[in-house]
Design a binder for this molecule. Structure first.
Ligand SMILES: C[S@@+](CC[C@H](N)C(=O)[O-])C[C@H]1O[C@@H](n2cnc3c(N)ncnc32)[C@H](O)[C@@H]1O
Length: 278
């Protein structure tokens, strides 16, 4: 959804993409403070249909499609590897809904969230407190502020592309424990899966990580986007002009170049799982 980065571009477009990316990060501060996102648990585009073993919790009413992204990363993608994490890090935890969902999947695990937006850190702390005893900290640019081999499992939904996949893999590969799993998802405009999967595979190999799986999830994220249009329309009505113009694109609404790219098959949304050998 809000990822305006493009994979595979010319130098000029990359510079423009970087400026846009920086703008996006500032936009997150504004959105987490002033937009309808303040009242939501998640800030991802979602995944539909939900899996048969997805659990719909009353707290997340209206946001099952977004909670499903965490079910996907925390359960569907990793269940074959029988994870039993005692510690989980959510990178880019947003408002904290993902940590609450993960706590239901793994009740024994200690949850930690890192989030670059100060407004989101405050929201996540307030939101999660009645549900879980999580540690939520402000993230740093260019890395993860945790020691080597700190977590049994790392989950990240929508944040890895903001780091850049190579840096994300270097850093998560460093802070995950031997035998631990890194399960993540993200999306690029005008990317292609060979390129994205290749970057993940190369970075994983350099860090000594096994690449367990890679999936194109674009049909599911597009299905979620289409189903969520009425809710997004209602939310956008409350956004004042001129912010509404940007928000229309941010929300990938029909008529935006972002929606057009989904329709034309130019969007590259993916999920991947890596493991550090024991
Ligand atoms: C698409 S949102 C996803 C939020 C949440 N994971 C969810 O699915 O609801 C991406 C999040 O990554 C955060 N982010 C971006 N760069 C980050 C960094 N270096 N460290 C921590 N969080 C970061 C953004 O502030 C934003 O909240």
């Amino acid at each position: 959804m809000p990822d305006l980065l493009r994979a595979h571009d010319s130098f000029g477009k990359r510079v423009f993409g970087f400026a846009f990316h920086m703008f996006d990060l500032a936009a997150y501060e504004v959105l987490y403070r002033l937009s309808p996102a303040r009242r939501m648990w998640f800030f991802n585009g979602g995944y539909l249909p939900v899996d048969p073993d997805f659990t719909s919790y009353p707290e997340f009413a209206g946001e099952d499609h977004s909670a499903m992204m965490y079910h996907q990363a925390g359960h569907t993608m990793v269940k074959d590897y029988d994870p039993a994490p005692k510690s989980i890090l959510d990178v880019g935890c947003g408002q904290g809904g993902g940590m609450v969902y993960l706590s239901r999947l793994y009740p024994e695990a200690k949850l930690t969230g890192t989030e670059r937006s100060a407004a989101a850190v405050r929201l996540a702390k307030r939101r999660t407190r009645p549900h879980i005893d999580a540690t939520i900290e402000r993230g740093i640019s260019g890395g993860l502020a945790y020691g080597d081999a700190s977590f049994d499992m790392i989950v990240s939904v929508g944040a890895p592309t903001y780091f850049g996949l190579t840096l994300f893999i270097e850093e998560t590969g460093r802070v995950v424990k031997p035998g631990g799993i890194i399960s993540f998802s993200g999306g690029y405009r005008q990317g292609d899966h060979d390129h994205v999967e290749g970057e993940i595979r190369e970075a994983a190999a350099r860090e000594g990580l096994e690449m367990l799986s890679y999936r194109d999830i674009t049909p599911h994220t597009f299905a979620s986007l289409k189903a969520d249009i009425p809710r997004r329309k209602a939310a956008l009505k409350r956004v004042p002009w001129p912010f509404s113009l940007y928000a229309h694109r941010w929300a990938d609404m029909p008529g935006s170049p972002e929606y057009d790219e989904y329709e034309k098959g130019l969007r590259t949304d993916f999920a991947a799982v890596l493991r550090k050998p024991a």
